[in-house]
Ligand binder design. Structure first.
Ligand code: AMP
Ligand code: TRP
Length: 327
């Protein structure tokens, strides 16, 4: 059975972009693959954060993932920091990747521009991500479109390591959804929906109460010509709404456009569709959040299983690169 691995940062509320771009695939892949899903708490350290809040966020991420439909009997769900081989393999890969390669990463350029005193970890972030993937011999990595370049880097670095030191790593493929790979911000439809708090009105969170979802959809930016058609370049705001409606109803955005005359009607139905989509997740979230012990047991069992796999891969890589094995 092919293995999949994916990760998500516990750095803020889960939003529709995460759900549509990534998590829906994660849930579906549990039945087709040997699935490993990782809460990448070490990646979250690349930006500032309060320690107590970080802990809460990691726990909330676990509740969120379980609520969206990850089932610990069908997948391995764990925290990155609970499996020490992630950082150990990162070092071997940092000694394989080059500065030039990391300098080309658009996510780094983008994030480093928006922060002062950029942390070294933000620069090497993609190498840690490569370690996450390569440790588990993942053949497939379900991610949103924004992670395409990181996946390319992972493949490059893995190939280079294999060429130099022997066949150690499986070369992974990115699996990017054809619909919903880039969910855009409702206030700034030229940029992707994200966890950053710059645009709270533009981001619909999975746990937003119904009134808030309705409010955000109602206030979504469209255009003034009032013409209903799917045209992401000329009419990005409307296209975002049509995309979301298409995902919520399992149709194509062009078809959705044909069903509506007025923007207001589309917004009303979209808000209702999103509330319906998210309600069951919200209900389950509350149940998991109330049962801390159960969630912690899931993470402990996940880490134990992940550790077994990761240990074997790390030992292979360390031996291949020429580290003296401990006696
Ligand atoms: P992050 O929140 O950055 O940890 O991302 C977790 C997953 O959600 C990754 O697979 C991302 O590619 C995906 N993702 C994040 N934002 C979006 C978005 N606006 N549209 C589609 N996918 C997204
Ligand atoms: N960098 C990814 C993101 O921001 C999260 C991530 C970390 C990841 N490690 C991973 C995704 C491994 C897939 C596989 O979305």
């Amino acid at each position: 059975m092919v293995r999949v691995l994916s990760g998500i940062q516990p750095s803020g509320a889960l939003h529709l972009g995460n759900y549509i771009g990534a998590l829906r695939q994660w849930v579906a892949f549990q039945d087709e693959y040997d699935a490993f899903y990782c809460i990448v708490d070490l990646h979250a350290l690349t930006l500032e954060g309060d320690p107590a809040e970080r802990r809460d966020r990691a726990f909330e991420a676990a509740c969120n993932l379980l609520a969206t439909g990850l089932d610990p009997t069908r997948c391995t769900l764990f925290c990155q920091s609970h499996v020490p081989e992630h950082t150990r393999l990162t070092w071997l890969l940092e000694c394989t990747a080059t500065m030039g390669e990391l300098n080309r990463m658009t996510q780094f350029k983008d994030k480093s521009r928006r922060h002062e005193a950029v942390r070294v970890g933000l620069f090497t972030y993609p190498v840690l991500m490569a370690a996450d993937i390569l440790l588990y011999d993942a053949g497939a990595v379900p991610v949103g479109d924004d992670q395409r370049q990181h996946l390319e880097l992972t493949r490059e670095v893995a190939q280079r390591f294999n060429n130099r030191y022997g066949e150690v790593f499986t070369i992974p493929e990115a699996v990017i959804p054809t619909v919903g790979a880039r969910v855009m911000d409702l206030q700034h439809p030229e940029r992707k929906m994200s966890k950053s708090v710059e645009s709270p009105l533009g981001t619909v969170n999975v746990l937003d109460p119904p009134e808030q979802i309705e409010h955000k959809v109602k206030r979504a930016v469209t255009d003034t010509d009032g013409e209903m058609r799917y045209d992401p370049d000329a009419k990005p705001g409307l296209a975002t709404l049509l995309d979301l409606m298409a995902v919520a109803t399992g149709r194509r955005p062009q078809e959705v456009a044909q069903d509506y005359g007025r923007y207001g009607d589309l917004k009303r139905d979209l808000a209702a569709a999103l509330v319906e989509l998210l309600e069951p997740i919200q209900k389950r979230y509350a149940e998991f959040a109330d049962d801390r012990g159960a969630v912690e047991r899931v993470l402990a069992a996940g880490a134990e299983h992940a550790h077994e796999v990761a240990q074997a891969t790390y030992a292979r890589a360390a031996a291949a690169i020429g580290l003296l094995p401990p006696a």
